[in-house]
Design a protein around this ligand. Structure first.
Ligand code: AR6
Length: 174
C-alpha cells in the first residue's frame, strides 16, 4: 500500500513519469486541474493534444485515456482521462473506475512507473468525494497495478481528509 501516497497540493509541481489530467472529451484544455496543467505545460501541450485523433468528434471518450508529451512540465507524459459528469452520465461508478484503469494501463504500456494523479471528476463534474475516493483507491490498489507508484495530489484539506480516511479503511481491510 506504500505505493499509493496522498499529498495535498498542486499537481503541476510533480516530478514524475506521467502527470494525469482530468480532461474533457474534446481534450483541448478547460478549467480546474486541466487549466492548471495546460498553463504550466505551455502551448506544446495544446499542440500535442490537437494531434490526438478524433473518434466521433471527440479525442477521448468518457472512461478512456490518451497520452501526450508533457510540454514544460517535469514529466515525460501527460495522460489525459475523462471522468463521468455526476448526475448526468449513466453508470458513473463504472465510468470513473474505467477512467483510472485506462490511465494505469496506458502508463504501463509506456513504461511509466511514477504517476501524479488528481481526484478525477471531483471538481466541476461533481462526484461525491467519499464515493470517488472508494473507487479511485480501490482501482489503484488492484494487483494489476502493483508496479505503479501513485501520488494523489488532493486540492484542499477537506478532500485530503476524506481520501485519507478511505485509504486507512482499505489498509485495515474494511
Ligand atoms: N492540482 C491538483 N488538483 C487540482 C488542481 C491542481 N492544480 N486544480 C484543481 N484541482 P476538476 P473534473 C482539483 O474540476 O471534476 C475541466 O474544465 C479540484 O479541486 O479539475 O474531472 C475539464 O476540462 C478537484 O478536486 O476536474 C473538464 O471539462 C479535482 O482537481 C472538467 O473540468 C478535479 O476537479 C473536468 O471536471
Amino acid at each position: 500500500m506504500t505505493r499509493v501516497k496522498l499529498l495535498q497540493g498542486d499537481i503541476t509541481t510533480a516530478e514524475v513519469d506521467a502527470i494525469v489530467n482530468a480532461a474533457n472529451e474534446v481534450m483541448l484544455g478547460g478549467g480546474g486541474v486541466d487549466g492548471a496543467i495546460h498553463r504550466a505545460a505551455g502551448p506544446a501541450l495544446l499542440a500535442a493534444c490537437r494531434e490526438v485523433p478524433q473518434v466521433s468528434g471527440v479525442r477521448c471518450p468518457t472512461g478512456e485515456a490518451r497520452i501526450t508529451a508533457a510540454g514544460a512540465l517535469k514529466a515525460r507524459f501527460v495522460i489525459h482521462t475523462v471522468g463521468p459528469r455526476y448526475g448526468i452520465d449513466a453508470n458513473p461508478a463504472q465510468l470513473l473506475a474505467d477512467a483510472y484503469r485506462s490511465t494505469y494501463r496506458l502508463a504501463l504500456e509506456h513504461g511509466c512507473s511514477r504517476l501524479a494523479i488528481p481526484a478525477i471528476s471531483c471538481g466541476v463534474y461533481g462526484y461525491p468525494l467519499d464515493e470517488a475516493a472508494r473507487i479511485a483507491l480501490g482501482v489503484s490498489l488492484e494487483d494489476e497495478f502493483n508496479s505503479l507508484e501513485m501520488a494523489f495530489y488532493l486540492f484542499g484539506e477537506e478532500i485530503y481528509t476524506i481520501w485519507e480516511t478511505v485509504l486507512a479503511e482499505y489498509k485495515a481491510g474494511t
